[in-house]
Design a protein around this ligand. Sequence first.
Ligand SMILES: NC(=O)C1=CN([C@@H]2O[C@H](COP(=O)(O)OP(=O)(O)OC[C@H]3O[C@@H](n4cnc5c(N)ncnc54)[C@H](O)[C@@H]3O)[C@@H](O)[C@H]2O)[C@@H](O)CC1
Ligand SMILES: [K+]
Length: 493
Amino acid sequence: MGAVTADEMRALEEAAFQKGATAASLMTKAGRRLGLAIARMFPRPGTAVAYLGKGHNAGDALVALGVLRAAGWQVVARASRPLEECADLTRAMFEALGGVTVLEASPDVVEMPRPLVLLDGLLGIGANGGPRGTLAALSREMNGLRRTAGARVVAVDLPSGVDADTGVVHPDAVIADVTLTIGVPKRGLLQAAAVHAVGALGLVPVEELRVPEVGDLALISPWTLAAGREPRPFDFHKGRAGRVALLAGSVPYSGAAVLAATGALRGGAGLVTLHVPVEAHALIAAKCPPEVMVRPVSDPRDLLGSRFDSLVVGPGLGEADGDTLRELLEGCSVPAVIDADALNALAKCGGVAGLPSHHVLTPHPGEFARLAPDLTGQPREAAARLFADRSSPVLLLKGARTLVTAKGKPLWCNSTGTPGMATGGQGDVLSGVIGALLAGGMESLDAAALGAWLCGRASERAIAAGASEESLSAGDAAAHLGGAFRDWREGTR
Ligand SMILES: NC(=O)C1=CN([C@@H]2O[C@H](COP(=O)(O)OP(=O)(O)OC[C@H]3O[C@@H](n4cnc5c(N)ncnc54)[C@H](O)[C@@H]3O)[C@@H](O)[C@H]2O)[C@@H](O)CC1
Ligand SMILES: [K+]
């Protein structure tokens, strides 16, 4: 399912009305699912404060508030104007809810049960520019509580003040930790300029509001990408799960190899063989989980004689010879994930454009700049598209909103993740996870997209389970990949 503009969203809504839906039925469904999604996000009930504008965006927030209250949350509201002046349906939702206090002043948060969640229902797709008047004051209040009182902000449909079409972030926009967008992602939410205000993205599915085509821009979510949702057949065996071979590690970077191998294990590989330089063998073998087979290798091309279903090359490899790696990758008939030092080595000798199309490149922005120096200065999305147009392999460009694309394919934007992932080793785990998905037979673009989603989700789960953005390590994230797989299958994130 692709992303839409505000006008296209209104047209979808209109089409749903033609088929018999009502504004009330859509709001009830959207608001209920929004409330359930928020309840799932936090390990225990706390306090939810709904910030209400006068349109239907506030109506969604009110329905969600009812769900949270039923789940044991304390709920209150803040309103930009008397409720009698709101849209009829929004006022009706408020009355149906009953018994919700509308605070006259900024909430006194000291005695409120935590977590403290602020629901941004100020403006949705009916916004005309950034918040003005009382809405601007309420937006500043939310941002202040987020900055200084540990409040988490969940934006309903879009953060108020982020342009639904362009992603321009107006002064006084709400800065959200999570945006739960209704029915179909709005194009502006997927723009790099909006990432800091949008935060993690979730899609609230509404069956009546769907677009049939993926289009040129799409969100990676269980509702938009079919791959990986089927359960394994009961008679599955490790041969079908697949063999992952990794070429990784060096004496100074032994941990990267271990994390990549762990990612492959936790990503579902049947067998994981880690090939390491001879001089690093004893060191890495001592650190690896017992399930991983660690083998010394003196020439990367020796791998071409072994049997594997996917290859991961690069994590912690250190200085590598690009020509040798190219021979390995050009001769490799199964898909390979090319990461880190392997990308740097290839960048120095002829680049990666001509490598087979089943391979996946996973650069971070620095590695990407070395692969495509001429695209420096281009907006991220444009650079990713231009690079994919002139290269064969799938591209996964890491960042707060990881992008996945390939020649002639949509630009897929990841919806999961947390600023806690800004720590060494996360990319190593990701390369192993993608390797495992490839070994299980998944298409390369799907494997890259799902891998990014799973690793972001695993980190979110690690934080929900007790880590913080500061304390999260790549190893913590890897330990939560199981829950991430479940969320993908069940569509619960
Ligand atoms: N489109 C759909 O199919 C559905 C939409 N729903 C919700 O409805 C929302 C859209 O509702 P509305 O069209 O009522 O619009 P909004 O809720 O975005 O509110 C628009 C109102 O805010 C005021 N306003 C606009 N810009 C302003 C600004 N910059 N500063 C201060 N006030 C401003 C206007 O007077 C207008 O009445 C969506 O975002 C979504 O949350 C859902 O209920 C489910 C279905
Ligand atoms: K909003």
